[in-house]
Ligand binder design. Structure first.
Ligand SMILES: Cc1cc2nc3c(=O)[nH]c(=O)nc-3n(C[C@H](O)[C@H](O)[C@H](O)COP(=O)(O)OP(=O)(O)OC[C@H]3O[C@@H](n4cnc5c(N)ncnc54)[C@H](O)[C@@H]3O)c2cc1C
Length: 339
């Protein structure tokens, strides 16, 4: 049963942060509600009051061309809008593919980009309310128990993985977050600096201060080719067992001048792969380069007893994403069995 709470619609973004701080954590922001509402229902998050921010479209909506190129994507933009926007599809294809590979069409119509980045772990121990580390307990049950979907780079106390598909593509795109503090000040932080492992004090995967709002995601300008590939247990409504986002800039002779390669679903944060980036840089993306680059992935992984399969899965996804870029084909997502 849903616990009792009061509800209001926010009229100005600047008023939300101070209200969150004044409530001492008992007020929560509501965007699409696809994550917050189930968490409230399952009593994994407690709130007396919800502030609905969906009306703040002037400050937090829309996809606009930024100064000097690039895009500013409002935090309230839905994943469906993101996936179909012509400029996102043309210039940040991995992001459009990641948004399109998220959840289901119904959820993508409701779920916002800001809310997606702030979803909590999908670990079944946490979601079932077990007294695990992220629920305020002392141990991560998944480390010793069921961890097929968990980290192959375990560190800290939780072995959860960041479940966000867009986060992986945003790190490959070198995106930044525009964050509004309760003081009214706005700061822009590279997503690479904002991503963090979840912990006792804050189970989120992003470092946000008390009462801070994500108002937008900023995508830098630049001509790059990119692709996203995701392995799932089934083709819809399913989180990444592993994913890869690749973003490449080419020189005038068709060689890779700069590579950003990010793995998702394998660690507490999306993870850049410098060895794969080095294997690609200075080369044409031909078959030999694809095979060599894929093989360079996950050399330093430390899988748990039940999730070593992710290493080969990642390499298969890399081959798929890179081959797609080489041939200019689309559609890099699919079921695990298809890799
Ligand atoms: C069945 C199912 C399958 C899914 N599959 C995938 C998947 O494959 N890949 C994937 O990446 N995700 C997946 N998701 C997660 C889904 O994308 C998120 O639930 C959704 O994006 C959250 O957005 P929302 O607008 O509904 O957030 P809400 O539920 O409204 O909010 C989520 C959290 O973010 C906070 N919040 C929201 N917006 C802001 C903001 N602008 N600033 C500060 N705080 C904010 C809220 O207070 C809350 O804590 C799935 C979810 C479901 C239910």
């Amino acid at each position: 049963m849903m616990p009792y709470f009061t509800y209001e619609r926010a009229l100005r973004a600047e008023e939300v942060g101070p209200a969150l701080v004044a409530s001492g954590g008992r007020t929560r922001v509501l965007a699409g509600g696809t994550e917050l509402v189930p968490l409230l229902k399952d009593r994994l998050v407690k709130a007396d009051h919800l502030v609905d921010i969906r009306g703040l479209v002037d400050e937090m909506g829309g996809i606009l061309v930024g100064e000097g190129g690039g895009l500013r994507v409002g935090a309230l933009v839905t994943l469906a809008e993101l996936a179909r926007h012509p400029l996102v599809r043309a210039n940040y294809r991995a992001l459009a593919q990641a948004a399109e590979a998220t959840a289901s069409p119904e959820l993508r119509n409701q779920a916002t980009l800001g809310g997606n980045l702030l979803q909590l772990t999908r670990c079944e121990y946490f979601r079932s309310g077990a007294p695990c580390y992220l629920n305020g307990g002392q141990v991560c049950f998944a480390a010793e128990g069921r961890h097929e979907r968990h980290s192959i780079y375990p560190r800290g106390t939780s072995v959860s993985v960041n479940p966000s598909d867009p986060a992986t593509a945003l790190l490959a795109a070198d995106a930044s977050l525009e964050i509004l503090a309760p003081s009214g000040a706005t700061r822009t932080v590279p997503i690479a600096e904002a991503l963090k492992d979840p912990d006792h004090d804050d189970p989120r995967f992003l470092a946000l201060g008390e009462g801070e709002l994500i108002v937008a995601v900023v995508l830098p300008p630049g001509e790059r080719a990119s692709a996203y590939a995701k392995a799932m247990e089934r083709a819809d409504w399913s989180f990444a067992l592993a994913s890869v986002a690749v973003s490449l800039a080419f020189d005038g002779e068709g060689r890779v001048a700069d590579a950003r390669v990010v793995l998702g679903g394998v660690a507490g944060t999306p993870r850049r792969e410098p060895a794969v980036e080095a294997a690609l840089t200075g080369r044409r993306v031909d078959r030999a380069a694809v095979v060599r680059a894929a093989q360079a992935a996950c050399q330093d992984a430390r899988p748990l007893p039940g999730n070593g399969y992710k290493v080969e899965l990642v390499r298969g996804l890399l081959r798929r994403a890179l081959s797609g870029l080489a041939s200019g084909s689309e559609g890099a997502t699919g079921r695990a069995s298809a890799v």
